[in-house]
Design a protein around this ligand. Sequence first.
Ligand code: BES
Ligand code: ZN
Length: 602
Amino acid sequence: MCSTPEESLLSQYAAADRKDTHSYAEPSKAICTHLDLSLEADFEKKILHGSASYDIMHEGADEIILDVKALGISKVTVDDNEVEYSIKSNDPIKGSALHIPLQSNSKKLTIYYSTTKSAEAVQWLEAIQTADKKHPFLFTQGQAILTRTWIPCQDSPGIRISYNAEIKVPPALMAVMSASNTTTKNANGVYSFEMKQAIPPYLIALAIGDLAFGKVGARTGVYAEPSLLKKSVYEFGEMEKMLELAEDLYGPYLWDRYDVIVLPPSFPFGGMENPRLTFATPTIIAGDRSLTSLIAHELAHSWSGNLVTNATWDDFWLNEGFTVYFENRIMEALYGKEYADMLSLLGHQDLEHEVKDLGAHSHDTHLKLNLNGRNPDDGMTDIAYEKGAHFLRMIESKVGRTEFDAFLSTYFEENKFKSMSTTEFEAYLAKNLLEPKGLTMNTQEWIYGPGIPKNCPVSSSNKFDIVEKSLSTFIENGTIPEDDLTDNWTTHEWLHFIRSIDKDEDSKLFHVLDTKYSFTQSGNSEIAAAWYEKAIQNGYYTQIIKDIERFLISVGRRKFLTPLYRALKEKGDINTARNIYAKAKQNYHSVSTQTMDALLLD
Ligand code: BES
Ligand code: ZN
């Protein structure tokens, strides 16, 4: 049997385990292969308007279906002729299906449109919400299924497109994308971009603001608002080294440059791995490079996620579990095993908490998820991240690091620019690693079973043992640890110290600790957030509520918001939580408000 390249490309989507329940697209019939995007950003009206043109591939299909949500479409053309399109279904999570009729030889389609106020991907910030407070700012967040709120597209991680874009912005602002970028502003406010490699639509990203560029190394650099640039370049000074270490581990970096943009504090995530240009929260700028494992994480996605992409959001662990594993290997190569072990132990604690929260028998603790009918955001738990990473560590411990590294390098090389389902990965693992070595292991239990399997590897850390001892001595007889000891503690040791405090300690203890270590005033966002959560849980918070409020108003990172609002709620003080949220909400991106609305307003 012979098949054309088109047929074989399209037919891969027919497999049952590749069915993406979060997209209306029917890729086995017709797919978009390249996007030409042309948009103007209107900061007065807070809309993006223009057109999206696609090259398409099909075998005589009579229509192509795109995902759209909250877009105002004015016209659709196919090969330059206006056509009658239809918009079907209206799902609160998935949005709608844009059906466009095709002829057997149709090659190109163009959608003329504008975004609306409800574009969930896009956050329009006033000048006051930025670091320099002089100019407005815009950024988009596509993952998981929000790109369809600013670009009509086949919004499925199993579908890949290359893109070119032309973005017009007001004078004084600069646009950057997950593509080739310039490093300076230009006079006419029109910026052109090219992403040659095919990427899933969730990785298309745009940021517009008063930006400056600072070089870190030959292939790496930072975009930030002018007042943050110097600090950011220092904080991320090891990026070039990380990139080289990552290549030493798993093969060449295939995206040319690796830059990071520091966004305003409302960015709902720590980082987002938009190719060539990671989007990052300013809350990782601690002044001492102590939170840069996040950069290692987003960089690692340049292999796991961006080269080899989860086929559907049910396979999310293939993106995040691999990335946490890879991130830890980069940190080990950079700072040594002792440092990496502290990070993986904190990860193991996160995993235990997550399993407890979700319930040890919950299906949401399986690596392979079933998110049909739900928001894919529901799958964004530490299961994908930490159970996924620990699964890979378990395999590594059985086959040995050398073999496992060789396996992973080949995996990335052979599957680059493709998507991967969980079943495909299982088959790949069996064929290329387990069977040749005559090994069997409980992969089924890890992937399709609940909770934490018995053979989950847990690192040990002398440094953490010392932290635990210091804390228990302090709690038992009030002896504050020696300054000589704590002066050398890293952020991770402090985090472990704070996390190890029981939920029902006396609030006096918090007062003593706070007087000695000023956790409430910490400039390190991870330490501050961990401290505030413990403090609320232990009833030491009316004293410091103004600081907690300041933090919640200025930071929009969901990972910090959820535990703090939840702790207030669980303490029976939902009123305080709601009052703060009422003031803070306008600073949050839709990703965060959706979660906080569900937590606080139901
Ligand atoms: N890709 C994720 C962020 C994400 C996941 C956005 C799912 C939307 C849906 C990113 O790589 C990530 O995992 N960020 C983490 C940091 C990381 C060090 C664990 C974050 O933002 O906290
Ligand atoms: Zn990630």
